[in-house]
Design a protein around this ligand. Structure first.
Ligand SMILES: [Zn+2]
Length: 291
């Protein structure tokens, strides 16, 4: 499966940067959405008035556009993407993850799964609001590109793989939300993307207690043939999902992918990237059934 890109629209973000007149490869251009523009105060007031007049709320992603959406890097562990204090984390992780074996090498996130970011994810999943997913995916793609660049890796050597949803759940929801995120993240970062994982049906993770989620999802994922990816082998594979709570789903997906890569003689690091990570204080008190 080769790199895919969103249809071209107004130019907003181009990756990799191309000098004028450069005859190099065609840059990937991210489409412009509502959150990429900074609306003026008057436009915001008019929009809020319109939503108030129709007795509804503006989409969550529009409300998020005006607030800070990306974490301060020094307050997030680069290995587990958990919250940390200043100087608590380094390349080997933080006190919470240093002694743990993780299925991924690096973790990228937009922020804690709370407040407006949580509303955005719920809007994408349960109201099928695709533009919200495109915007979240673009922000995630920019965060992935920034992390890759920090490591001296060209973002166009990365391959983004969505954590798949089962067919039944996709049909019921009417949207493949992780694929929307992955595709937009690839477009914004210049990476390739491909559906390299499949998922068999089973009980939703949200319907089982946190302590049983790893067992519930064990063996649920399977890697497709690596031959599905055309061209040069990627330098990094980034597995993308909307939310990480216990990490069980992401762990199972990354393990399946690594197993498929080993079978196909690939050797490259696997990273994880999610829109939101449930804060540790919320995990214990969030009952089964609540996203
Ligand atoms: Zn950590």
């Amino acid at each position: 499966m080769a790199a895919r890109s969103e249809p071209k629209a107004e130019t907003n973000f181009v990756w990799p940067p191309v000098a004028p007149g450069d005859g190099g490869r065609e840059p990937v251009v991210a489409p412009v959405g509502p959150a990429s523009r900074t609306p003026g105060v008057l436009a915001k007031l008019v929009a809020q008035g319109e939503w108030a007049w129709v007795g509804s709320e503006p989409p969550a992603v529009d409300r998020l556009a005006g607030v800070r959406w990306r974490d301060a890097p020094e307050l997030v562990c680069p290995r587990c993407a958990g919250d940390v204090g200043l100087f608590e984390a380094d390349a080997d992780g933080c006190p919470a993850c240093r002694s743990r074996r993780l299925a991924w090498r690096e973790a990228v996130r937009l922020g804690p799964y709370a407040d407006e970011l949580r509303e955005c994810v719920l809007e994408l999943k349960f109201t099928r609001r695709r533009p919200t997913g495109v915007i979240l995916g673009r922000w995630l793609g920019e965060a992935i590109a920034a992390r890759l660049t920090d490591h001296g890796l060209p973002p166009n050597r990365a391959l983004i793989v969505p954590v798949p949803t089962t067919r039944r759940r996709r049909m019921a929801r009417g949207i493949d939300h992780s694929a929307v995120l992955a595709r937009s993240a690839a477009c914004a970062s210049g990476a390739a993307w491909g559906r390299l994982l499949t998922r068999r049906s089973g009980r939703p993770q949200t319907s089982v207690p946190a302590s049983r989620r790893l067992r519930n999802v064990a063996g649920a994922f399977k890697a497709r043939s690596a031959r599905a990816v055309a061209g040069e082998a990627p330098a990094v594979v980034v597995v993308v999902d909307d939310v990480r709570t216990t990490g069980a789903t992401m762990t199972a997906a990354c393990r399946a992918l690594r197993s498929g890569m080993r079978a196909a003689d690939w050797a490259c690091p696997v990273w994880s990237a999610v829109v939101g990570v449930t804060p540790a204080r919320d995990r214990a008190k969030r009952p089964a059934g609540k996203v």
